[in-house]
Every structure is written in structure tokens, then in C-alpha cells.
Design a protein around this ligand. Structure first.
Ligand code: C2E
Ligand code: CA
Ligand code: CA
Ligand code: CA
Length: 279
């Protein structure tokens, strides 16, 4: 028995050590990637399908390694949320996006851009009062208007202190920054959350768009549209991949679309190129 006990406890110690070690290695790698500017924003257009024009971009982070590999956020954002690196990462991203907006404005003859850049916020970052200061400084430093930046609140980790989050959203809102609720349909979205977080837009998750069928009632999406009407918020549909889906959404009154049908997330250099050829 003693032998078994000893074996069991050494196995436990080993497992704890490995887990500690691997999380601290990941933390080290991520902190290094932040320092070396290897975490870069990609941009995916959000279009007004009615008017056939771009109304915004979602900022989607990518990890570009030295060897030229691109790592997707699902492989490192959850770890960053766990080890706290998500906060410096997001603060750096706010600055990079502001810098990119400034560059686009220069390509636009110094005129303000007629669209927004929506940055994903994990719950813990939304509960960090420093966010407001960092954002304000980035706007001032790059001389850009607040309506060019928006934040979307992801539901991966629940907001623990909704009162504090609400206060921070209020301050962002006072600055002129819009708040969007992401992945709606499978989380906490209700009137109270919308109101507390001052949200002006809901984004319907791709899983519901995948299931759209024009010959059917599409109960979930219709009820989200009815909800948005009552709450007086705008609706964006995510993951639009086919013209059938686009037409179905338009018929339901949803005209803000995001998805591969229109454009994939692209590095900033490509956004600049499109911008100069469109002029
Ligand atoms: P999300 O916020 O729901 O972002 C939408 C995801 O759907 C993106 O995946 C996007 O590339 C993908 N997508 C867009 N249109 C289509 C489509 O038509 N078809 C398909 N199959 N996919 C489409 P991505 O870029 O891999 O990002 C995954 C998630 O990582 C995001 O989901 C978001 O929750 C998180 N994330 C990304 N960047 C950041 C960030 O800077 N901070 C935080 N906290 N989370 C981030
Ligand atoms: Ca999002
Ligand atoms: Ca989403
Ligand atoms: Ca999603």
C-alpha cells in the first residue's frame, strides 16, 4: 500500500510540474511574441449587403512565427485568457489598430475613414479600468476619431462583474466608441446585458447562419431579429458563405454581413492595396 501511495503521489507531482511548466512556457512564448510584434491584426470586412459597401472591419489576431507560419487565435487566445497575457496583448492591439487606421487615413488624403474597426475583448480585459485610458491615449496619439473604433465582447469567458464592466462600457460609450455583443444566440445576451453594456449591435453566430433555410421559418434567427428590433440595436450576421444565405438574410431584414462570401481576414498590406485601387 505504501508503495502504491508513493507511486501515486510522485505521479501527481510530475503531472503538476508538467502542467505548470507547459503553461509557463506558453506564457513565455506569448510574451516574447508580443515584444517582437509577432502578434498581428488581420482584418475582415463587414459589408452592408444592401448598399454593397464596406461598413467596418473585424480585427482578428494572428501569430506570425519567424518561420512564416500563421497560428490562428483559437490555438493561443484561451491560454492567454488563462495566464493573463490577454491584457498586454489587447492593449498592444489597440495601439496597432489605431496606427493602421492612421495609415489608411493618410492613403485617404488625410480624411476620416467612413468605417469602424471592431476589436475583440475578452471578459477580463473589459473589467480592467486601464482599458479606457489606453484607448483614449491611442486615439489621441494617432489623431483618430472614436467612431473608427468599436469593441466586441466575446462570450468565451463570462463577465464576472457586470456592474464594473457596465461602468467601463459607459466610459467608452461617452468617448464615442461603440460596443457590440458577439456570438449572440448562445450566451448571456438579454435586454439587461445589452442595456448594462450599452451595446448598439448584436452579432449572430455562424452556427445559426449555417442552418439558414429560405424555405423555412428560421425560428432562432427570426427571434433574434425581433429581439434586436425591440432593443433597437443593429444586427450583423457572421460566417456568411453563400449567396443563398445572403439573400435569405436580406429577406429577413439583416443587411450587415460578414463572411467568406465577401472576404476572408486579410493582413493590413492587402487592405491598403484594396484601398488604393478602390480610390
Ligand atoms: P469570432 O469573434 O467569432 O470571429 C469570427 C471567426 O469566424 C474568425 O475566426 C473568422 O476568421 C471566422 N470567419 C469569418 N467568416 C467566416 C466564414 O464565412 N466561414 C468560416 N468558416 N469562418 C469565418 P478566427 O479569426 O480564427 O478567430 C477565432 C476567434 O478567436 C474569434 O471568434 C474570437 O473569439 C477570437 N479572437 C480573435 N482575435 C481576437 C483578439 O484579438 N482578442 C480576443 N480576445 N479574441 C480574439
Ligand atoms: Ca468577434
Ligand atoms: Ca463572433
Ligand atoms: Ca463565432
Amino acid at each position: 500500500l505504501l508503495f502504491l501511495l508513493a507511486l501515486f503521489s510522485s505521479a501527481l507531482i510530475y503531472l503538476c510540474y508538467r502542467r505548470y511548466h507547459s503553461t509557463s512556457i506558453i506564457k513565455f512564448l506569448i510574451e516574447n511574441a508580443i515584444k517582437q510584434n509577432h502578434l498581428v491584426p488581420y482584418y475582415q470586412a463587414i459589408v452592408d449587403a444592401d448598399k454593397q459597401q464596406i461598413c467596418g472591419y473585424e480585427v482578428l489576431i494572428r501569430w506570425e512565427t519567424k518561420k512564416g507560419k500563421v497560428i490562428l487565435p483559437d490555438e493561443f487566445i484561451p491560454q492567454c485568457e488563462e495566464n493573463g497575457a490577454i491584457t498586454p496583448l489587447t492593449f498592444q492591439l489597440v495601439n496597432t489598430v489605431a496606427k493602421d487606421i492612421r495609415k489608411l487615413e493618410m492613403l485617404h488624403h488625410g480624411k476620416p475613414l467612413p468605417f469602424y474597426f471592431s476589436i475583440n475583448l475578452s471578459a477580463s480585459v473589459l473589467q480592467d479600468p486601464e482599458l479606457v485610458q489606453i484607448t483614449r491615449e491611442a486615439l489621441q496619439h494617432y489623431k483618430i476619431a472614436a467612431h473608427n473604433i468599436a469593441f466586441e465582447l466575446t462570450e468565451r469567458s463570462p463577465i464576472k462583474d457586470i456592474e464594473l464592466a457596465g461602468k467601463i462600457c459607459q466610459q467608452l460609450n461617452d468617448m464615442g466608441i461603440q460596443i457590440k455583443l458577439d456570438d449572440v444566440g448562445n450566451g448571456y445576451c438579454d435586454f439587461l446585458a445589452l442595456q448594462k453594456l450599452q451595446a448598439t449591435t448584436i452579432k449572430i453566430d455562424k452556427i445559426f447562419i449555417d442552418e439558414l433555410d429560405c424555405n423555412n421559418k428560421n425560428t432562432i434567427v427570426s427571434s433574434l431579429v425581433a429581439f434586436a428590433d425591440k432593443a433597437e440595436v443593429e444586427v450583423v450576421a457572421e460566417g456568411v458563405e453563400t449567396t443563398e444565405q445572403a439573400n435569405c438574410l436580406l429577406a429577413m431584414g439583416i443587411h450587415y454581413h460578414q463572411g467568406y462570401l465577401y472576404s476572408k481576414p486579410q493582413p493590413f498590406s492587402l487592405i491598403c492595396q484594396e484601398f488604393t485601387t478602390d480610390e
